[in-house]
Design a protein around this ligand. Structure first.
Ligand code: FAD
Length: 318
C-alpha cells in the first residue's frame, strides 16, 4: 500500500521508525531486535537508510597512504523485503543519487518493484568524507529532483533502454526530504523551499523532515510550505537527545539548532547520565504531543538503534 493512502483513510497520527542497515558482518537479527518491541505501535511504514561507500586512507609500509573505498553498511533491498515479510508492514528504502548511475537506479527500482516494495524516499545523499562537496556519479543525478523524475518515468513505463516499448509501469509512491531549518548548502531559506516545491511538482508524494528540536521552527516551515502551494503530507522526523556528546554531534552532523531552553535544562544534568537522558526523552515526548495536536499525519522517529528509548516515548504518545 502507498504510504500516502494511510493518511487519506484516517485523521489519526501514526508513528513510524527509521532503521540503519547493520554494519557489514552483522545480521538481520539486529534489525529485528530493534523493530520487534516497536511493532506494537502499528507503524504504517519502516524506513531503511542507505549508506554509500566511504574512503579510508591506509598507511602503507613505504609511508604513503592508500585510498580505499569501503561500504560499511551494504544494501537496503534485502533488508526491506525481510521487514515486509516478517511484519507485514511497508518498508521504505532510501534511494540516493550519490554513487548511482541512472542505470544502477533503474535496476534497483526494477528489483524493488519485483519484490512488491512500492514506497521509496528519493534523496541526493551527502558528500563523501574527504570530497568536500557532493560529486554526482558520472551518468548519475546531481539533485534529488532528477531522481524523482526518473522514478516518475519508470512509473509511466519509460525505461532508459529505448528498445523497450510498452514497458511495465511501476507505481512507486515517492517521498522526499525537507528541512525545517534549511538545508545547510542552500544560500537562502526561501530558495531551499522553492527547490522543495520543485521536487513535489516533479512527482514527490510526501515529505519527511530533517530532525528538529524546536516545534516552532517546524510549524513555521509547515505553514510556509502550504503558503507556496506544497499540499502533500509532511511528516515530522524527530529523535531524543540521550547523551551529552550529542549536544555537539547533532548540530555538527545534521546542521540543526538546539533550543536554548533544552540545552540549559540538559546542562543541569551533564554529569548524571540517567537524569540527562530523561530530560531528552521528556522533551521528545512533549514535541510529539504538540505535533500530534497540530495534526501531523505521522511522527517519524529516527531510532538510531535505541529501541527502548523510542518505545518509552511511543508509550507516552500513542
Ligand atoms: P536535494 O533536494 O537535491 O537538495 C540538496 C541541496 O541542493 C539543497 O541545498 C537544495 O536547496 C539544493 N538544490 C536542489 N535542487 C537544486 C537545483 N535545481 N539547483 C540548485 N540547487 C538545488 N543521506 C544518505 O546518504 N542516506 C540516507 O538514507 C538519508 N536519509 C535521509 C532521510 C531524511 C528524512 C533526510 C531529511 C535526509 C536524509 N539523508 C540521507 C541526507 C540527505 O541525503 C542530505 O541532507 C543531502 O545533503 C540532501 O539531500 P536532498 O535529497 O534533500 O537533496
Amino acid at each position: 500500500m502507498k504510504i500516502i493512502e494511510y493518511f487519506t483513510q484516517t485523521k489519526k497520527t501514526y508513528v513510524s521508525f527509521e532503521v540503519l542497515p547493520p554494519l557489514k558482518g552483522g545480521s538481520m537479527q539486529k534489525i529485528f531486535d530493534t523493530l520487534d518491541p516497536l511493532m506494537e505501535f502499528k507503524p504504517p511504514f519502516i524506513d531503511v537508510t542507505y549508506h554509500r561507500e566511504e574512503y579510508i586512507y591506509k598507511r602503507r609500509p613505504s609511508g604513503y597512504y592508500e585510498k580505499t573505498a569501503i561500504r560499511k553498511r551494504p544494501g537496503t533491498v534485502g533488508i526491506c523485503a525481510s521487514i515486509m515479510h516478517r511484519y507485514d508492514v511497508e518498508a521504505v528504502p532510501h534511494l540516493i543519487c550519490g554513487g548511482f548511475t541512472k542505470e544502477d537506479t533503474e535496476n534497483a527500482l526494477i528489483d524493488l518493484n519485483f519484490l512488491g516494495i512500492q514506497n521509496v524516499l528519493a534523496l541526493r545523499g551527502d558528500a563523501r568524507k574527504f570530497d568536500g562537496r557532493f560529486i554526482p556519479e558520472e551518468g548519475g543525478h546531481e539533485y534529488a529532483i532528477d531522481l524523482v523524475k526518473q522514478i516518475k518515468e519508470i512509473n509511466s513505463g519509460k525505461y532508459l533502454d529505448h528498445y523497450i516499448v510498452d514497458g511495465a509501469k511501476t507505481d512507486f509512491c515517492i517521498g522526499v526530504a525537507g528541512y525545517p531549518e534549511k538545508h545547510f548548502e542552500s544560500p537562502n531559506y526561501d530558495l531551499d523551499l522553492i527547490h522543495l516545491k520543485s521536487k513535489i511538482d516533479a512527482g514527490g508524494d510526501y515529505i519527511v523532515s530533517q530532525m528538529f528540536f524546536d516545534n516552532k521552527k517546524y510549524l513555521a516551515f509547515f505553514e510556509k510550505c502550504r503558503e507556496i502551494g506544497i499540499d502533500v503530507p509532511i511528516i515530522p522526523g524527530i529523535k531524543p537527545i540521550t547523551r551529552p556528546s550529542q549536544l555537539k554531534s547533532l548540530p555538527r552532523l545534521f546542521y540543526i539548532n538546539l533550543p536554548l531552553e533544552l540545552i540549559t535544562e540538559l546542562n543541569k544534568y551533564i554529569d548524571d547520565k540517567k537524569a540527562f537522558k530523561q530530560i531528552g526523552i521528556e522533551w521528545c515526548i512533549q514535541q510529539s504531543k504538540e505535533l500530534k495536536a497540530a495534526g501531523a499525519p505521522c511522527i517519524h522517529y529516527y531510532t538510531m538503534g535505541d529501541t527502548q528509548t523510542i518505545k518509552q516515548i511511543c508509550e507516552a504518545v500513542v
